[in-house]
Design a protein around this ligand. Structure first.
Ligand code: E4P
Length: 212
C-alpha cells in the first residue's frame, strides 16, 4: 500500500515529502478552503512542483459538461494532476470522457461497493471509499474496503482503491491488510504512524547507556 497525504497545506506536504514516503496528494474543497491568501490554481501549481505523484484536484460543477470544462483548466497546471469527481450520474459521464482522453480520475465520496464498481467501469483511475465517515454513522468502513478489493480482484479491475477519510493508525494497518492500494492520510496521522513508546524508551536507554 502506498501513502498519499490528504491536505492542501504546502508546508505539511513538504514535511511529508521529506520523509521519502509520499506517492501523491489528495485535496478537497474543504481542505482548500482552509488555505488563505492563495488561489486554488496557484496552490495546485506549488503542490505539483513539490510532488511527482498524483495530485487530486476536485471539480465543483454538478453537471458533466461543467466538470469537463473545469478539468480542462486543471490539467493545464501539470501532467500529474488527477481530476477528482464526485460519485454522481453526471460524475460518471465526466469520468468516462476524461478516461477516453487519457486524463486520470479519482472518484470521491464512495460509500458502497456498487458505487466503486460503477466508477471503475466508467474508467476511474482511483476510487475513494471514505472510511471515517462510514465509521461515524455506525457502519464499518473497513468492510467496504474489503468488499471493493475482492470485487476488483475477482473481475480483474485495474482501478486503484484509495482508503480515504483516514482518522487513526489502525485505519492505516487495516486498510493495507484489507487490500487498499493507497491510503490518503492527514499529516497528524502520518506522524502518529512513526511513534511507539518502546521506540522512544529504547532511544532513551541507548542514549543513557552510551553516556555512561
Ligand atoms: C479524500 O480524498 C478526502 O479528501 C478525505 O479523506 C476526506 O476526509 P474527512 O472525512 O476526514 O473529511
Amino acid at each position: 500500500m502506498k501513502f498519499f497525504i490528504d491536505t492542501a497545506n504546502i508546508d505539511e506536504i513538504r514535511e511529508a515529502n521529506a520523509l521519502g514516503i509520499l506517492a501523491g496528494v489528495t485535496t478537497n474543497p474543504s481542505l482548500v478552503a482552509k488555505e488563505k491568501n492563495v488561489s486554488f490554481h496557484d496552490r495546485l501549481k506549488e503542490i505539483t512542483d513539490e510532488v511527482e505523484g498524483s495530485v487530486s484536484a476536485e471539480v465543483m460543477a454538478e453537471d458533466a459538461e461543467g466538470m469537463l470544462r473545469e478539468a480542462e483548466e486543471l490539467v493545464k497546471i501539470a501532467p500529474n494532476i488527477t481530476i477528482k469527481v464526485p460519485m454522481t450520474l453526471e460524475g460518471l459521464k465526466a469520468v468516462k470522457k476524461l478516461s477516453e482522453k487519457g486524463v486520470k480520475t479519482n472518484v470521491t465520496l464512495i460509500f458502497n461497493a456498487n458505487q466503486a464498481l460503477l466508477a471503475a467501469r466508467a474508467g476511474a483511475t482511483y476510487v475513494s471509499p471514505f472510511l471515517g465517515r462510514l465509521d461515524d454513522i455506525g457502519q464499518n468502513g473497513m468492510d467496504l474496503i474489503a468488499q471493493i478489493a475482492e470485487i476488483f480482484d475477482r473481475h480483474s479491475i485495474d482501478s486503484e482503491i484509495i482508503a480515504a477519510s483516514v482518522r487513526h493508525p489502525m485505519h492505516v494497518t487495516e486498510a493495507a491488510l484489507h487490500g487498499a492500494h493507497i491510503a490518503t492520510i492527514p499529516l497528524k496521522v502520518i506522524t502518529q504512524l512513526v511513534k511507539h513508546p518502546l521506540t522512544d524508551q529504547g532511544i532513551e536507554k541507548f542514549k543513557n547507556d552510551w553516556n555512561k
